[in-house]
Design a protein around this ligand. Structure first.
Ligand code: CP
Ligand code: NVA
Length: 333
């Protein structure tokens, strides 16, 4: 019997470190099986609802393609074309969708909303990003590190630089602690993870032996095997914060000097994407006009370098999301 059947993924801490690593290993097996043309469809006939209150490229397509590979069918819903939130509560929506669907994915602002869905749906609910956590991202990150860093995960020096107080930074800290890594978050004090995230990570570190450093000091990048960052302004935040954000985080841009300061020519660069590394986006051009910066959290040089594994990382969203669905929906695993 698969012990994860029926379980929701609302945040990393819903799982034990062993279960978390198990999901990463399962994703690696599913990826290999597909490459070798022997994927088994564990989800034939299943139905999955995908609710997006915020925009998405990777998460939506990863869920859709993973479901199709596995023989499941999806419906995509959003706030503007459904009743959810404005005319019908999250609880009532969950109770209805739970009658039709075998699982529900939710992307939105509030962690409380995805938790309400999980409470009332009666089927597994997956957090596809809230303001607090992005757990399907950190599974993909871990698989990517496994593929590119020739060390056990517990020996990896996993560094995050930039805005670490939001979903991606908080999830990075907790997931890295669950995997027993040497995790280092480098950010100005106001952009470091809050006490709640740190306490969760420290509790895992007691169990896994993870080493946690939270610092403003860019020197902590020394010895990094992997350097990650995220956008400086996240979905749902006002344009009004751009100037203060750029001012505060400009020294924390991932550029060639910072990658060199790792002292590790094999260090990889990671980013959940989308990234502001050039002027080929509307927002990138607007910020350039306001600040004169032609790249924000990462320079185009680093983003496009041989050290960058961002598109492998993006691909792994699909394999890891597939693992989450298979592990929580298939009795046959
Ligand atoms: N990394 C990530 O979640 O990408 P999307 O916003 O495109 O889903
Ligand atoms: N922190 C970003 C992550 C996007 C995948 C955001 O919330 O917009």
């Amino acid at each position: 019997m698969n012990e994860l059947v029926g379980r929701s993924l609302l945040k990393e801490a819903d799982f034990t470190p062993t279960q978390w690593e198990g999901l990463i290993d399962l994703a690696a097996c599913l990826k290999r099986d597909r490459r070798e043309g022997r994927e088994v469809q564990y989800l034939a006939g299943k139905t999955i609802a995908l609710i997006f209150e915020k925009t998405s490229t990777r998460t939506r397509t990863a869920f859709e393609v993973a479901a199709y590979h596995q023989g499941a069918h999806v419906t995509v819903l959003d706030g503007s074309t459904s009743q959810m939130g404005h005319k019908e509560s999250y609880a009532d929506t969950a109770a209805v969708l739970g009658r039709f669907y075998d699982a529900i994915q939710f992307r939105g602002s509030l962690q409380a909303d995805v938790e309400t869905l999980a409470q009332w749906a009666g089927v597994p609910v997956y957090n596809g990003l809230t303001d607090d956590w992005h757990p399907t991202q950190t599974l993909a990150d871990a698989l990517t590190i496994k593929e590119h860093v020739a060390k056990p995960l517990s020996d990896v020096v996993n560094v995050y630089v930039g805005d670490a107080r939001f979903n991606v930074g908080r999830s990075f800290l907790v997931s890295s602690a669950m995997l027993g890594m040497d995790v280092r978050i480098i950010a100005p004090t106001a952009y470091q993870p809050d006490d709640e995230a740190l306490e969760i990570a420290e509790a895992f570190a007691d169990e896994t032996g993870a080493r946690i450093t939270i610092t403003e000091d860019l020197g902590a990048v020394d010895g990094a095997d992997s350097v990650s960052t995220d956008v400086w302004v996240s979905m749902g935040e006002s344009k009004d914060v751009w100037n203060e954000r750029v001012e505060a985080l400009r020294p924390y841009q991932v550029n060639a000097d910072l990658m060199a300061a790792t002292g590790n020519e094999s260090a990889i660069f990671m980013h959940c994407l989308p990234a502001f590394h050039d002027l080929n986006t509307t927002v990138g051009r607007e910020v350039y006009e306001a600040t004169g910066m032609d790249a924000l959290e990462v320079t185009d040089e680093v983003f496009s370098s041989a050290q960058s594994v961002v598109f492998d990382q993006a691909e792994n969203r699909m394999h890891t999301i597939k693992a989450v669905m298979v592990a929580t929906l298939s009795e046959d695993l």
